[in-house]
Design a protein around this ligand. Sequence first.
Ligand SMILES: O=c1ccn([C@@H]2O[C@H](COP(=O)(O)OP(=O)(O)O[C@H]3O[C@H](CO)[C@@H](O)[C@H](O)[C@H]3O)[C@@H](O)[C@H]2O)c(=O)[nH]1
Ligand SMILES: [Mn+2]
Length: 737
Amino acid sequence: MPLVSNSISLREMEMERLFATEKVGGRALYKLQAVTVFLGICLVLCYRVTHIPAAGTAAWLGMLAAELWFGFYWILTQSVRWRPIRRHTFKDRLAARYGERLPCVDIFVCTADPRLEPPSLVMATVLSLMAYNYPPEKLNVYLSDDGCSILNFYALWEAASFAKHWLPFCRRYNIEPRSPAAYFAQSDKPYDPQALEEWSFVKGLYEEMTERIDSSVRSDNVPEEIKANHKGFSEWSTRLSSKDHQPIVQVVIDGKDRNAVDNEGNVLPTLVYMAREKRPQYHHNFKAGAMNTLIRVSSVISNSPIILIVDCDMYSNNSDAIRDAMCFFLDQEMGHKIAFVQNPQNYNNVTKNNIYGNSSNVFNQVELRGFDGLVGPLYIGTGCFHRREILCGRRFTNDYKEDWDRGIKEKGNLSIDQIEEKAKSLATCIYEHNTQWGNEIGVTYGSAAEDIITGLIIHCKGWISVFNNPPRAAFTGVGPTTLAHTIQQHKKWCEGVFSIFLSKYCPFIFGNGNISLQLQMAYSIYSLWAPNSLPTLYYLIIPSVGLLKGIPLFPEITSLWIMPYIYVSVVTNIYSAYEALLCGDTLKGWWNGQRMWMIRRITSYLYGGIDAVRNTLGLSKMGCPVSPKVSGEGESKRYEQEIMEFGSSSPEYVIIATIALLNLVCLVGGPCRILTSGGDMPLTGFFLHVVLCGLLVAINIPIYEAMFLRKDRGRIPFSVTLISIGFVMLSLFAPLL
Ligand SMILES: O=c1ccn([C@@H]2O[C@H](COP(=O)(O)OP(=O)(O)O[C@H]3O[C@H](CO)[C@@H](O)[C@H](O)[C@H]3O)[C@@H](O)[C@H]2O)c(=O)[nH]1
Ligand SMILES: [Mn+2]
């Protein structure tokens, strides 16, 4: 972000710190904007309170409530904008000080469903993590498979043998990224003939392996001759169901075994497959449950002090990411306070103009840096390095010394079979009974946003975290490529974070006294997504209907009171566009982002909010659907062309279509009616109504196209259009409050 910055302080340089912190500059303009907008909001509310009309009072009070909420929420969003900072690591100093005497790292990858998360995609991630530029004997990669699929076990077994070629290849040519899928998808080939030969050879091996894995997925079967090669396959000798099976732990590569080497004789990282026990009568607590089982299982296999957690699609895009993280943990001044190092969650499949608003540029570059200026970023589930002790519940004390040498590096007396048996006993359903797992120990249960709640608790225990956003992204994954998946993902998040707000972990209550008010506000930006839905719906409907029915709800154009309305809306929008552009979005991307912001509020946040309340009252059970990582062919084509994908009918689409249609009708009908009504209701009284309604129509253009113009399979189904026309007709006859 080209904001002016202070240079790294001299003192830090002298001290040979392993990382530096700089303030993000350009705050004066921001602060001027924020203060004036705040005054504007106060004037808007002042106008509302002092001008309550005799007719249409209820509608007016509704506007007041909505504006009060928006004002309050706007204040919350300023908490992460006030004091952003940026970090910079010195890996050369780390190398000079520690050489290869670095701590061991356990890497947890989780997958849940081979249909939504293809095993070949998961393996590309696993391979990228095995290939870190880090001493391989200190790396231990664990795959948790909540789908308990033999296809994933088979794929892991294939990946283990491909790694023998892949790891030396990565090292010799120092390539990036180290996910073979991402690397070979790049168009450039090596120039050097010898390198080219090796490149083609490894590429051939990779493609053959992927084909074998994909074909086993297609046939939903692993060839018998392969099953004979590894004892682990016998776990599936009776056909298992993903929801009802024994615990499985298989050490696929034992890094302590002298024979486990790549084709150049270098040690290989340890590689472990785990499917924790599942029984229908026991709740498995989704990803949090998987992570906690991995914490225990890894404790008897490698027990490293640092744990890296990644989702199965989040491959390593920067082979130095572990060294970066170590610069924070091993820093002599701050290291002992740092609980986790969070990297941003980047998607490699966001289209240029951000059609579903999944570009996380502003979140990463503004909000997470703002968090970092407070006490550190939230834990966002993936791309995060944790300290094992802290993840397991330790409170901050100034005298705590980490044992960086901890970790099982030597072969003990136990055979690998015995270790596996011991690990299995830690992966059973009943293991956690009457323990503090999921509560005081490990990742916290009870919310679909297990990451946010876990991070909040760690912050409340006195620890800080740091946000690392190196120029070459550390991790890259797959974002949703259809509207339905986007809505579903945000619903899951919203339900998760709102349920935190409704629980004893509410940032304002649990955080009170433990973290600063500003951090409580910052956490609430997300925890309070859900309540945004109602005021937004109100604002999208009532002023437009007011225009149609001739009921003014904003000041007249001739009144001075119109100024704060115009000022607040123009300035906040210009500033948000400016922020998006600075972070690398396009202007059209920002505009599309605004549309998605509106759509998320009236669908995901509405449904997520309702479900969170129902869960809290015990009326329903929390769900945590896995986000699909693949889409159909027609869908992907339309995604690349940035055409919104509807396709099937759903209640969410009815809401979207109804709001869009209603605004169109009001924009046409309102002015006509006012002009023909003969002067007692001049159009000047409805200036802001027309502007608001006009903007809503403009932003909904793709929705009208999907309803009336498009012919492809992704259009809005006719049934949805019909129902929404029905709703619009109904609302036209309804009296306005
Ligand atoms: O029962 C489950 C459900 C999910 N997962 C895995 O958890 C990861 C994240 O799930 P995904 O559906 O991809 O989540 P996202 O919608 O991308 O979720 C984001 O938000 C989640 C909850 O807030 C975080 O846990 C994730 O790390 C973060 O990427 C994936 O690897 C899944 O395989 C499991 O292991 N077990
Ligand atoms: Mn994901």
